[in-house]
Ligand binder design. Structure first.
Ligand code: NAD
Length: 447
C-alpha cells in the first residue's frame, strides 16, 4: 500500500499544504542500489572528533578514510556534514558528558539530509566503577534523543558500544552506520567485542552460501537479493503455497529454490541434507519466515498459539541444532534471526507473536557465547513497521499510526531490513554477536 503522505510531502505542488495542515512531513529516504563497493563513503564529508582520554578516535577516522570519506575535525563556513562520528570512550564522569553537547550542539543544524551520526562509548558491563558505567549508559539516552531530533531530516543516529581491544571492529560498522545503507536503523546499540575479522571490501560474500527462509516475498525476498548482490549463492526456502513466487525469487537472484515448511517435524533434517548435498554446507543462515495469528488472548484458540510458536521460534532452534550438529553451518558462519519490535515492547492482540519474537531475542543472547568458539555469530533483527504484504493487511487507521510513530515519520522498506541483515552476515561483522538491533526508524513509543 503506497504511502500517500510521503508522496504529497515531497511534491512541490502539495508540500506547503501538508505543512499548513500540521501533518508529518517525512523526507524521502535516500537508498542505494546494488552491493557494497570498495569505497562506500566516497564523496562524503565526515566530521570526526573525540572526548579527551578516549581510545577509539584513530580507529574511527581510519575506518571512515578507508571507506573513502573526506574526514575533518571541524566544519568550515557553509559546509554541511554527511556524517558526524564521535568517540565518547573518554567519558567517565558526569562532567565529561558535556563533550557530547560541545561537539554536537553547534553542528546539528548542519547535518545534511539523510545524514548519519555514530557515537562510540565504552561498554558499561566492562566497567568496574559504577559512575563510569552509568556515564557510558547515559550516552545511549543521548543517541536515542538525538536520533529523534534529526529524524525529521531523514538522518539516523546510532551507538557502538566498544569493549577494549575491539577498535578494529569499527571498520565494518562505520561503513554501515556512517553511510547510505543505514536508512531505517536509528537509535540502536551495536555491542562490539574483539574478534578476528577481515577488513571490509567489495563482494565480501563471494564464494559463500546463504539460506533464507520465507524468501518468496517481503523481507525474505529482499534479503535473498541483497545477499546475492554481495556475491553469495542463496538457497531460498518457502512453503508450497508460495511456490511460484519462491521460484521467481530464486531465479532472479541466481539461487536455488527449496519448497519446505520449516515447522514440519522433518524440516531440519531435510534442510541439512539439502545444504550438505547441493551446496557443500552453508555460511549464512537467515531465519526470516514468520507468521502472525492475531487475537486477544481471551479469544485465542490454542492452534493459533501453537502455529505462531512453531514457525517463529521452535523451527529456528530446531534447524540450528541440525545445522550445527553436522557442521553443515561452517565455522565462522553467521546466523541472523528475525524478531520484531512487538517482541521488545509487546503489542495488543499479539501475545503469541510477541512471546515468540521475545524468545528469539533471548535465544540469540544465550547462543552467542556458545557459538563463539567456532567463530559463528548470531544476532537478531527486530523490524518495526515495514511496508510488506503482512502490514498491508492492517486496517487503515492502525496502519497510518504504525507508519508515522517513528522519528522518520514513515514505514521502512523490505530493502532497509535486508541491508541490516546483510551487514550482520558479512565476514567483517565478526565482532557483533548476541545483539538485537531494531530497524524501526526509531519508534517514538514503546521500547
Ligand atoms: P511476509 O508475510 O510478507 O513473508 C513471510 C514469508 O514467510 C512468506 O513468503 C511465507 O510464505 C513464509 N513462511 C511462512 N510460514 C512459513 C513456513 N512454515 N515455512 C517456510 N516459509 C514460511 O512477512 P514479512 O513482512 O516479509 O516478514 C518477514 C519476517 O519479519 C517475519 O519473521 C516477520 O515476523 C518479521 N517482521 C516483519 C515486520 C513487518 O513490518 N513487515 C515487522 C516485524 C517483524
Amino acid at each position: 500500500m503506497a504511502d500517500l503522505l510521503l508522496r504529497l510531502a515531497n511534491d512541490r505542488r502539495t508540500a506547503g499544504l501538508i505543512r499548513r495542515l500540521g501533518l508529518p512531513t517525512p523526507v524521502r529516504l535516500a537508498r542505494v542500489a546494488g552491493g557494497y563497493d570498495a569505497a562506500p563513503l566516497a564523496g562524503r564529508l565526515v566530521v570526526c572528533s573525540a572526548a579527551p582520554g578516549g581510545f577509539a578516535e584513530a580507529a574511527l577516522r581510519q575506518a571512515a578514510e578507508d571507506a573513502g570519506a573526506h574526514c575533518v575535525t571541524e566544519l568550515s563556513e557553509g559546509q554541511a556534514a554527511d556524517a558526524l562520528l564521535f568517540d565518547a570512550t573518554g567519558c567517565r564522569t558526569p562532567g565529561d558528558l558535556a563533550a557530547l553537547h560541545g561537539f554536537f550542539a553547534p553542528k546539528l543544524r548542519r547535518v545534511a539530509r539523510n545524514g548519519r551520526v555514530l557515537v562510540v562509548s565504552r561498554d558499561p558491563v566492562t566497567l568496574d566503577d559504577p559512575v563510569a558505567a552509568a556515564v557510558a549508559r547515559g550516552i545511549e539516552g543521548f543517541v536515542r534523543a538525538l536520533g529523534k531530533e534529526i529524524g525529521r531530516r531523514g538522518a539516523t543516529a546510532n551507538l557502538a558500544r566498544l569493549a577494549q581491544g575491539a577498535e578494529s571492529q569499527l571498520a565494518g560498522l562505520v561503513r554501515f552506520c556512517g553511510g547510505p545503507r543505514c536508512t531505517y536503523v536509528s537509535g540502536q546499540v551495536f555491542r562490539l567485542a574483539p574478534a578476528a575479522a577481515p577488513q571490509p571490501g567489495a563482494s565480501q560474500l563471494a564464494g559463500k552460501v546463504a539460506v533464507v527462509t520465507g524468501a518468496a516475498r517481503g523481507i525474505g525476498a529482499a534479503t535473498a537479493q541483497r545477499l546475492a548482490e554481495e556475491g553469495a549463492r542463496v538457497v531460498c526456502v518457502d512453503v508450497a503455497a508460495a511456490r511460484d513466487a519462491l521460484y521467481e525469487t530464486a531465479a532472479r537472484v541466481g539461487g536455488l529454490p527449496l519448497v519446505l515448511d520449516i515447522a514440519a517435524h522433518d524440516a531440519p533434517s531435510t534442510l541439512a541434507a539439502f545444504l550438505r548435498d547441493k551446496t557443500g554446507g552453508v555460511d549464512v543462515v537467515v531465519h526470516n519466515a514468520g507468521i502472525t495469528r492475531d487475537k486477544t488472548l481471551a479469544n485465542m484458540k490454542p492452534e493459533l498459539w501453537d502455529a505462531v510458536m512453531a514457525v517463529n521460534f521452535a523451527a529456528i532452534a530446531a534447524i540450528d541444532t541440525a545445522l550445527l550438529a553436522g557442521k553443515v553451518l561452517h565455522d565462522g558462519g553467521r546466523i541472523v534471526c528475525l524478531s520484531s519490535v512487538s517482541g521488545v515492547a509487546g503489542n495488543f492482540g499479539q501475545t503469541n507473536y510477541a512471546t515468540s519474537k521475545a524468545a528469539v531475542i533471548g535465544y540469540v543472547a544465550a547462543q552467542a557465547p556458545l557459538l563463539a568458539p567456532r567463530g559463528i555469530s548470531i544476532n537478531a533483527v527486530a523490524p518495526g513497521f515495514i511496508e510488506t504484504p503482512m502490514t498491508a493487511r492492517i486496517p487503515l487507521m492502525t496502519r497510518e499510526a504504525g507508519r508515522r510513530l517513528n522519528a522518520l515519520s514513515q514505514g521502512g522498506l523490505p530493502r532497509d531490513v535486508a541491508e541490516l541483515i546483510t551487514f550482520l552476515a558479512l565476514p567483517s561483522s565478526a565482532g557483533l554477536s548476541g545483539n538485537t538491533v531494531r530497524v524501526c526508524g526509531l519508534a517514538l513509543i514503546g521500547a
